[in-house]
Design a protein around this ligand. Structure first.
Ligand SMILES: [Ca+2]
Length: 479
């Protein structure tokens, strides 16, 4: 294996003088005619060498880029505001789509040259922001390539993408605004009790009692957090919060229900989706005033300050923020960033015609990016909702849930061997059934266990309808 570091010539105005590219190459006897691009997470465009190793297993030369941010540890937020009030659009375009593209084109040519290989299968793999970066390539760099070269990537393994970033960032404020609107900030222990009750109540809706809510859609239809009112909770001191005990209040149940329901404007029109029942209430975590012994709502506000107000500050009062404010911030972000980080160009005809394939997976209990509202385009695109899983990882609260370990391999088998991933292989990584292999249904089919060891993939319209809400707060389609 050779670790190779080089740079491409794209200059940014003020921050970095060049963009760093980093490629890992398998030894020639292990090279299998493949190239892999990888991405980042959060506001990072790279995951560094951690992801580069994932390609070597499949004999793929693998690449990552620092986006011209000035180093491998630099974040977009470190460089996107050269001064308050000014966005560096050049660096934002790097983040949005250009740097991954340049790294890929150079990486493909470099790989062909290095191994003296005339043909190459090209892949992409990443999760979260990295998933958005993958979609940016599929959506943007196919038409041109389809005419004469085919698609930029033959296949992509994409997890929980932040591809509707201007919405998904704002929804991180939603749980706290639900609390301020209801004038009550539950201690984390109280909401955890509601979550545990939700898991207990909804576990069996998938036909099997295993501590995993495999049907959050049925849970949404059949469960109400008001059932938790009066349940006792007790937590030791943890994470800066004092020990707490009590019983679940109607206010906390109301807050949980509003968070599950999603964002609605003052006229009752839905603006955005939220997390599925059984997901953790991590966005609802309050702050604690040790002097007054009071909890108060708080939230991360990096997106609003940096990208909507263009101020490098993390301070933002929740005091005057309403549901309509959140809705308006989403609309502002949709307008302002529709050609950079809003990565939802809906027409993938050229990608499909060129033979491209995508496997997209998303934890059903994702507490960072809501999993709803993806279309199913089965010929070239498969969506797998992972029962019980959190954001790009298994959930510690539903440890018997499986998590996919070989998504890239399934993509490779689909592209190179024509093996259609009717179901996705996944493995239980913790809990009482560690190492148990399971399969995951391809959406819109949903799991139902007819007995303890037999899972069927079924469809029912009422469940499906919960995944495709009408976001009619906006006067135009939200892609
Ligand atoms: Ca279950």
């Amino acid at each position: 294996m050779v670790k190779f570091l080089c740079w491409s010539g794209h200059r940014t105005i003020w921050a970095a003088l060049y963009t760093n590219l980093w490629y890992w190459l398998p030894s020639p006897d292990q090279f299998q005619g493949r190239y892999l691009s990888t991405g980042g997470g959060g506001f990072a465009i790279t995951s560094g060498e951690i992801d580069l190793s994932s390609g070597l297993v499949f004999g793929a030369a693998s690449g990552t880029t620092d986006g011209g941010f000035g180093g491998w540890d630099a974040m977009l937020t470190d460089v996107v505001l050269p001064a308050n009030g000014t966005i560096d659009w050049d660096i934002l375009i790097n983040f949005g789509y250009r740097s991954i593209h340049e790294m890929t084109v150079i990486g493909q040519a470099f790989t062909k040259s290095f191994y003296n290989s005339s043909s190459l299968y090209s892949y992409y793999q990443a999760c979260s922001e990295g998933g958005r970066e993958g979609w940016s390539q599929i959506q943007r760099y196919t038409s041109l390539y389809a005419i004469s070269f085919g698609t930029q990537f033959d296949g992509a393994a994409i997890g929980a993408p932040a591809f509707r970033m201007p919405f998904q960032q704002v929804i991180h404020l939603f749980s706290a605004v639900v609390e301020t609107t209801n004038n009550y900030a539950p201690c984390p222990c109280e909401l955890e009790e509601i979550r545990n009750d939700t898991i207990t109540a909804c576990d069996g809706l998938d036909g099997r009692v295993d501590g995993v809510v495999g049907r959050t859609d049925l849970c949404r239809l059949q469960y109400n957090a008001s059932s938790s009112v009066g349940s006792s909770y007790s937590c030791a001191t943890a994470r800066g919060f004092p020990a707490a005990n009590g019983t679940v209040t109607p206010q906390a149940a109301q807050i949980a229900e509003e968070i599950y329901a999603g964002l609605f404007d003052s006229e009752g029109r839905q603006a955005y989706i939220s997390f599925q029942p059984a997901a953790s209430f991590s966005d609802a975590a309050p702050s604690y005033n040790a002097t007054t012994n009071e909890y108060y709502a708080s939230a991360s506000v990096q997106w609003v300050n940096y990208f909507l107000n263009n101020v490098a500050s993390t301070a933002l009062s929740l005091g005057n923020i309403t549901y309509n404010t959140l809705r308006d911030w989403m609309y502002q972000g949709m307008q302002q960033y529709r050609d950079t980080v809003l990565t939802t160009w809906p027409d993938l005809t050229d990608f499909s015609n060129a033979g491209g394939k995508v496997i997209h997976f998303h934890g059903e209990s994702d507490s960072s990016i809501p999993p709803a509202s993806y279309a199913a385009l089965q010929e070239f695109y498969r969506l797998f909702l992972i029962p019980g899983a959190d954001h790009c990882a298994p959930s510690s609260t539903q440890p018997n849930g499986p998590f996919p370990q070989n998504v890239l391999e399934s993509v490779i088998n689909w592209v190179e061997l024509g093996i259609i991933p009717e179901q996705l292989n996944a493995t239980v990584l913790a809990g009482t059934t560690t190492d148990l292999n399971q399969t995951v249904c391809s959406f819109p089919l949903r799991p139902y266990w007819s007995d303890i060891s037999t899972m069927e993939c079924v469809f029912d319209q009422a469940s499906y309808d919960t995944w495709v809400p009408d976001l009619n707060s906006f006067p135009m389609p939200v892609y």
